[in-house]
Design a protein around this ligand. Structure first.
Ligand code: C2O
Ligand code: CU
Ligand code: CU
Length: 401
């Protein structure tokens, strides 16, 4: 949908990922415009401090526009965060990770399939990792605490960041939608496309050393720590912002939504669908403004899909393995093990959740904000552009469901 030949080749619409904004400023995929036109969007910024990001969301070609560079950071600040005395100024550094293919001509490269009627590829993986647009860069740091705000802006790549044993560790203080209740030490920091992590790294025991941050075993970024000592007046507080314990009883209903592949020989490569529906099928998720719901994603595929809802923030309740075959062939939901709570560094406010293969993943969402039409989708951009996106509509309190 949306990438047909009759569409203008150059078109875009901007979405601020994680922002609570009225629908007319959210960047609805079909609201793209062409060069020479402009639109005014208004961002209320009425939400907790966190790292958001903006990117293209044009129907059918988000993967291309975003890969070409239409993305950036959008930071919301507040006085509560300021009062925590976290590292600031030059000691607060955003890190935008993305992988790219670069051709022999030094230009960005995006592949096409061999099929003229379906020229897309199922996922895009580049052989170069870029940090803030540079391949394998280094940062000169002082032996003290730093705050790194990390975004995975890749089309399809997941990162599993780690620092060498016995060196500095990641102390995660925030997830997608803001501060955690307290810092969590993380050995391997998993980030799916669209996810963010706010971390403190203390280089104070490492004066004069060079420390490499890797993705699994591939280097991503080097820290060159200067000789010390230096003064560090910043803090890594034990307590950050209180996060409520999720109250399942507050949910007005549970929606069970499948993530599944369609085995259609005409669809090359594989199409993934949400709840068995395509983009243009009628809206089926119509939560009431101010109500709370549980969305239970049933992943019947072999891949992890990072599922993102626009406008809202949510909490992850649990993940639980399911019998995929009995769901596929008998339409029966059968859990095969106990439910596991989210990782400690996911137990804050989120807007994108990794839904593991063969699992049920449940989130608790309050539809606070605005009424109107939004979208939810997989944040692997090749999946999103290939039908793994659905509209949803927040309706007024008086409307019938
Ligand atoms: Cu990062 Cu629909 O968005
Ligand atoms: Cu978004
Ligand atoms: Cu996906």
């Amino acid at each position: 949908m949306g990438a047909e030949r009759d569409k203008p080749e150059v078109r875009t619409v901007v979405h601020v990922h994680g922002a609570r904004v009225p629908p007319e400023s959210d960047g609805y995929p079909e609201s793209w415009c062409v060069p020479g036109r402009s639109v005014v969007y208004r961002y209320p910024n009425q939400q907790d401090s966190t790292l958001l990001w903006y990117h293209d969301h044009a129907m059918g070609i988000t993967r291309l526009n975003t890969c070409a560079g239409l993305l950036g950071l959008y930071i919301v600040r507040d006085s509560f965060e300021d009062s925590l005395n976290l590292p600031k100024g030059p000691y607060k550094i955003p890190l935008v990770l993305m992988d790219r293919m670069i051709g022999e001509d030094g230009q960005l490269y995006y592949p096409v399939s061999q099929l003229p009627d379906s020229p897309w590829v199922p996922e895009y993986f580049g052989d170069c990792t870029l940090v803030n647009g540079k391949i394998l860069p280094y940062i000169d740091v002082e032996p003290r605490k730093y705050r790194f705000r990390i975004l995975n802006a890749s089309n399809g790549r997941f990162y599993f960041l780690n620092l060498p044993d016995k060196s500095a560790a990641f102390h995660q203080i925030g997830s997608d939608q803001g501060l955690l209740a307290s810092p969590v030490e993380v050995k391997r920091l998993a980030l799916a496309p669209g996810e963010r992590a706010d971390v403190i790294v203390d280089f104070s025991g490492h004066a004069g050393q060079q420390i490499i941050c890797s993705n699994l075993v591939s280097p991503v970024l080097q820290f060159r720590v200067s000789a010390g000592p230096v003064q560090d007046g910043s803090a890594l507080p034990d307590k950050l912002r209180p996060v409520p314990i999720p109250n399942e009883a507050a949910a007005a209903r549970t929606r069970r939504l499948t993530l599944a592949e369609v085995d259609n020989l005409l669809a090359q490569p594989m199409t993934h669908l949400l709840d068995g529906k395509r983009w243009h099928d009628p809206v089926s998720e119509r939560p009431v403004l101010g109500s709370t719901e549980i969305w239970e994603f049933l992943n019947l595929t072999d891949d992890t899909h990072p599922i993102h809802l626009h406008m809202v923030r949510f909490q992850i309740l649990d993940r639980r393995p399911i019998n995929v075959d009995s769901h596929l062939f008998e339409n029966k939901l059968q859990y095969t093990a106990d439910a596991a709570p989210p990782d400690a560094n996911e137990a804050g406010w989120k807007d994108t959740v990794r839904v593991s293969p063969g699992s049920s993943t449940r989130i608790l969402v309050k539809f606070d904000g605005f009424t109107g039409r939004y979208v939810w989708h997989c944040h692997i951009l090749e999946h999103e552009d290939n039908e793994m996106m659905r509209p949803y509509e927040v309706v007024g309190r008086v409307s019938a469901q």
